[in-house]
Write a protein that binds this ligand. Structure first.
Ligand code: PGA
Length: 249
């Protein structure tokens, strides 16, 4: 079984104060109460402060997005190489907010993922269906389409990708997939990976995101193919986030 992983996704939230407060409290609980690996994907501007105050390797910093270009005249973009230079271990690729609000396409996301890998960062590749897609019975075909672009590209190292299943209808809504619903999709993703790379797929982390809270974390993380969580809203609350991390054993 891969080591469980919990990643906080702050989205466009946070402050200098929250950055240092949250990192100090997570670090003081690591070892004693937290045994999983923990990542924090903070807004770009807080990355440098975060990495300067980090003292343990069990907690690492990530970004929420990278450019699909490696460098040059792309005003406003931040490259994978820059983030690697600032010690980022993780980068979220294809979060549903990026797919929906910023119209990021499957092809663009593969370019981003390959740049992350070329710069030794671990891509957290997010997939998930909308409510309408689930209700019309298309959840599995949508997820398969989202993952297929990676499977079809021989320059992607699948073993180094973390997959995050985030049903769009559960993000920030308070609705959560039941542990059984989530497990069913995680097992489906694992099967897609097994078909491509065989038993190595069993070592890949597939984490769940969508209104994970201290109250539901344990039952989700208990599922066989759920290897941790991607936490939005609750990652901004120190106590809630710590409690979720403690549930990932
Ligand atoms: P949520 O967000 O935990 O607030 O639902 C999860 C995410 O968007 O990664």
């Amino acid at each position: 079984m891969p080591k469980p992983l919990v990643i906080g996704n702050w989205k466009m939230n946070g402050s200098l104060e929250l950055t240092s407060e949250l990192i100090h409290s997570i670090e003081s609980s690591i070892d004693a109460k937290i045994s999983c690996e923990v990542g924090l994907c903070v807004p770009f501007v807080y990355i440098d402060l975060a990495r300067r105050i980090l003292t343990t390797q069990q907690l690492s910093i990530g970004a929420q997005n990278i450019s699909a270009y490696s460098g040059g005249a792309y005003t406003g973009e931040v490259s994978a190489a820059m983030l690697a230079e600032f010690g980022c271990r993780w980068v979220l690729i294809g979060h549903s907010e990026r797919r929906q609000l910023f119209k990021e396409t499957d092809n663009e996301l593969v370019l981003k993922l390959k740049l992350a890998q070329e710069n030794d960062m671990c891509a957290v590749f997010c997939v998930g269906e909308t409510q309408q897609e689930r209700e019309s019975g298309k959840a599995f075909s949508v997820i398969e389409r989202q993952i297929k672009t990676l499977l079809d590209d021989d320059n992607v190292c699948l073993e180094k990708v973390v997959f995050a299943y985030e049903p769009v209808w559960a993000i920030g809504t308070g609705l959560t997939a039941t542990p059984e619903e989530a497990q069913e999709v995680h097992a489906f993703i694992r099967d897609l990976l097994r078909n491509k790379i065989g038993q190595s797929a069993d070592k890949i982390r597939i984490i769940y995101g969508g209104s994970v809270k201290p109250e539901n974390a344990q039952s989700l993380f208990d599922q066989q193919d759920i290897n941790g969580g991607l936490i939005g809203g609750a990652s901004l609350d120190k106590d809630a986030f710590l409690s979720i991390c403690q549930n990932a054993k």
